[in-house]
Design a protein around this ligand. Structure first.
Ligand SMILES: Cc1cc2nc3c(=O)[nH]c(=O)nc-3n(C[C@H](O)[C@H](O)[C@H](O)COP(=O)(O)OP(=O)(O)OC[C@H]3O[C@@H](n4cnc5c(N)ncnc54)[C@H](O)[C@@H]3O)c2cc1C
Length: 484
């Protein structure tokens, strides 16, 4: 049986500890802060179980024979990677890339952990076995995983072990059954929507930080795991018409506090080992696979934003003005660049043992450029929108007052759209570029993969400097030095 939406929604009624606005949310599937986002996650699983998309989006698990999402599939060739890409891109379309941590994101990371299980074996075969077992478990249950891999923002001049006790997640006990962990991780996006949480540390640690150098997985309802949710944008979205994206795709973020959570050994991947924790992301294809998925998500979002920009100009009859056409051309080129980078990283991919991995250098080129691009694209949409995104009815309810509705329909004019269509599009535009939800998305695209200096560091590390240096050396060698 392929997992469907009702399977997923039911799986979230598991007694998890989620707090919002001073209260514990007993059932996240019906809570006004989360229910629409939960339904959007459920819709993804309905899509993969539908006869129309099952073949494209799922494959037969080698473990059970049941069909599971293609995010778990381990590409061995370029063609495998391209087929997986087609599935993952299709799966972004229902949420238009607004679910940053859609289920295929961390599934991509865990699939790449499986590809690199031998790295763990070298330290301790039990850790390699845990990685393999966890991948099979998550794949065969088609679990929605999310992760928290960054420590809480705090005094950056202190080493992690010098900070207040219980601030940053650390191992506090170890026995025959496993580890006990206590402390916080910065954020888990989609924590409310997910079944399980992968925990690790992508930031560099140093000697003395060993208790913090741990990686494991736990279910979101693990005893002692507390999800302290941020403000819900969905809860204040008065209607789908007024808030078409924030009412449905507010994927949730939350600080995760581990109040003495017990982790069994078969879910521990790294145990107090600074070097293995670093290798988990940067000595394996894990970081590349998870961020390659981000590009597949982003391209859908960028195409959607480009369509909004274009339609705004049509509605205002500005499309043919040369300056506007130029702005749209620039936008088109930027979207094309990201698409080209995705194809480039696939074509330049390499074998990693029996598996095929996208090219890291082109991946990080894209990460650096898109981190800068997203705020720029939002700015372009603001420029093209002008005051149209503010010259709007206060809410859908205005249409129910005949006096106001009459004025709306006299004022909201366009040569190519009815007043209602015009209001609908500009409401959408504001939700995407100007709402609190939109602002959080700018922050997300700027930081989900680390601050700019971190992402540029990855680009520096993976660029083929020898290849470009050879060009320089050859050229310098082609002519004589002074007085030679
Ligand atoms: C919306 C959103 C969702 C997120 N979701 C998740 C999630 O699901 N899982 C997860 O694990 N994490 C998540 N994160 C956390 C994200 O990974 C971090 O925000 C990111 O890694 C940056 O770390 P930081 O926030 O501590 O910023 P900092 O590292 O503090 O950087 C902030 C700024 O400080 C300056 N700065 C800091 N240190 C240095 C330095 N050494 N050198 C130079 N300049 C410096 C730079 O100007 C930098 O841009 C999310 C973040 C956001 C905003």
């Amino acid at each position: 049986m392929t997992k469907n939406g009702s399977d997923h929604v039911a799986s979230l009624r598991d007694g998890r500890e989620v707090y919002i606005d001073g209260e514990r949310a007993d059932d996240v599937t019906t809570h006004p802060a989360f229910r629409n986002a939960v339904a959007s996650a459920g819709a993804l699983y309905d899509m993969q179980a539908s006869p129309e998309f099952e073949e494209l989006l799922t494959y037969e698990s080698p473990g059970t024979g049941d069909r599971v999402n293609r995010a778990w599939q381990l590409p061995k060739t370029y063609e495998d990677l391209a087929n997986r890409r087609r599935a993952l891109i299709k799966w972004q379309e229902p949420h238009l890339g607004f679910l940053g941590r859609s289920p295929d994101h961390v599934a991509s990371a865990v699939a790449a952990m499986y590809m690199s299980a031998h790295v763990y074996d070298e330290i301790d075969p039990a850790r390699g076995a845990a990685v393999r077992d966890y991948y099979r478990h998550a794949r065969d249950s088609d679990s929605f995983l999310t992760y928290t891999i960054v420590n809480p923002q705090t005094n950056k001049k202190q080493a992690t072990h010098e900070q207040d006790a219980d601030l940053t997640l650390a191992v506090v006990d170890e026995d025959a059954e496993g580890l006990t962990v206590r402390g916080a991780k910065m954020l888990a996006t989609s924590g409310v929507l997910a079944n399980e949480l992968f925990v690790s540390g992508v930031q560099p640690l140093q000697q003395g930080d060993e208790r913090h150098a741990v990686s494991f997985a736990v279910p979101m309802n693990a005893k002692g795991l507390q999800n302290l949710a941020r403000r819900s944008y969905e809860a204040s979205a008065t209607s789908t018409f007024d808030h078409p994206v924030s009412s449905r795709f507010d994927e949730t973020d939350g600080v995760i506090f581990f109040d003495d959570v017990k982790v069994p050994w078969d879910r521990v991947f790294v145990n107090q080992d600074v070097d293995l924790l670093r290798k988990q992301f940067h000595g394996t294809p894990v970081h590349v696979y998870q961020n390659y998925q981000c590009n597949l998500r982003l391209i859908v979002k960028l195409k959607f934003l480009a369509a909004i920009a274009h339609r705004i100009t049509e509605i205002n009859s500005t499309t043919d003005f040369p300056q506007v056409r130029e702005a749209l051309g620039q936008l088109a080129a930027e979207v094309g660049m990201v698409e080209a980078l995705i194809h480039g990283m696939e074509v330049k991919g390499h074998q990693y043992g029996e598996y095929f991995v996208p090219d890291p250098a082109l991946l990080y080129s894209s990460q650096v450029l898109t981190q800068q691009l997203y705020p720029k694209v939002i700015h372009t949409l603001r420029e093209l929108s002008g005051g149209g995104v503010i010259m709007l009815p206060s809410s859908e309810a205005d249409f129910s007052n005949p006096t106001v509705a009459d004025k709306i329909r006299r004022v909201q004019k366009s040569a190519v759209a009815s007043p209602d269509e015009r209001v609908k599009l500009f409401k959408l535009a504001w939700d995407v570029i100007g709402s609190e939800f939109a602002s959080r998305h700018v922050q997300y695209e700027m930081f989900y993969n680390g601050a700019a200096f971190v992402v540029r560091g990855n680009a520096y590390r993976t660029f083929d400097w020898d290849d470009s240096r050879a060009l320089l050396d050859d050229f310098l060698g082609s002519y004589d030095g002074p007085l030679e």
